[in-house]
Design a protein around this ligand. Structure first.
Ligand code: CIR
Length: 253
């Protein structure tokens, strides 16, 4: 169960965030509105939400998931793989230090975006991507071991982050599309297959028996509902324009 989430208000400068989506520039006012609805949805799932101020220095900083990994036994400030995001964890450090957990960090030459990390009970899958390198994953493994956790890696082929393509829905259920349907590392999970035309919805978020699904992906929404979850549809179109999804917008713990 999660009790708390941390989110970071989008900054005006988000329109200059990194993007490969080809969906145009985000509309800032609409993004703010969508972010508020996202916060309310987290609250409906029973979470207390800490809302951090916008930070104009970092256009992508609303994608707070990449800057820190919070586990039940420690918090790990990351070292984001894209130079423009490298100092985002520093700006979070005070908030994270205040949580009452031991705080660790990933160090250069290791890089790691926590969007590449998927928690499955006491095991953490780390995606090796353009953002997370082998040294980052190996530092993560060493840190996690100290707290009696295990980890393993999965090499990504086409998506930005591991959780762009898969979401763990607890009870051994995985939501996945494309390259993740056939990965040997993931056999053993019950996989809910997301169709290629709804690939964006593979980034959905389990919170205490509820699943947040991006708005407009009807087949995926129905499939998750039919599997027994309560589903909340959340419109994050303005964040999709920056390659970001539902999970990227919060730290949940
Ligand atoms: C980036 O490219 O870093 C941002 N524009 C999007 C980050 C999305 N985060 C995530 O998938 N965890």
């Amino acid at each position: 169960m999660f009790t708390t989430a941390i989110v970071k208000t989008p900054c005006r400068n988000m329109i200059n965030g990194i993007s490969t989506a080809n969906l145009g520039k985000p509309d800032y006012d609409l993004a703010l509105k969508q972010h508020k609805t996202y916060i309310h949805t987290l609250e409906k799932c029973g979470l207390k939400v800490m809302v951090l101020d916008a930070d104009e220095m970092f256009p992508d900083s609303t994608f707070i998931e990449d800057a820190c990994l919070i586990t039940p036994r420690c918090a790990i400030l990351t070292n984001p793989g894209d130079a423009s995001r490298r100092d985002e964890p520093l700006r979070l450090s005070k908030t994270i230090q205040g949580l009452g957990l031991p705080v660790e960090s990933i160090q250069t030459p290791g890089t790691l975006d926590a969007g590449d990390i998927m928690m499955v009970k006491d095991h953490y899958f780390a995606g090796l991507s353009d953002r997370t390198n082998a040294q980052g994953a190996s530092q993560l493994e060493t840190i996690l071991k100290k707290y009696d956790y295990t980890s393993s890696t999965i090499t990504l082929e086409s998506v930005l982050h591991l959780k762009t393509g898969i979401s763990y829905l607890e009870n051994n259920m995985l939501l996945a599309f494309g390259e993740f349907l056939t990965k040997p590392e993931l056999k053993g999970f019950n996989i809910l297959k997301v169709d290629a035309d709804e690939a964006y919805a593979a980034n959905s978020v389990w919170i205490n028996g509820n699943v947040l699904v991006p708005k407009g992906f009807f087949k995926t929404k129905k499939m998750i509902q039919d599997s027994g979850y309560r589903v909340f549809e959340v419109d994050v179109s303005e964040f999709q324009k920056l390659d970001g999804g539902l999970s990227c917008l919060s730290l949940r713990f």
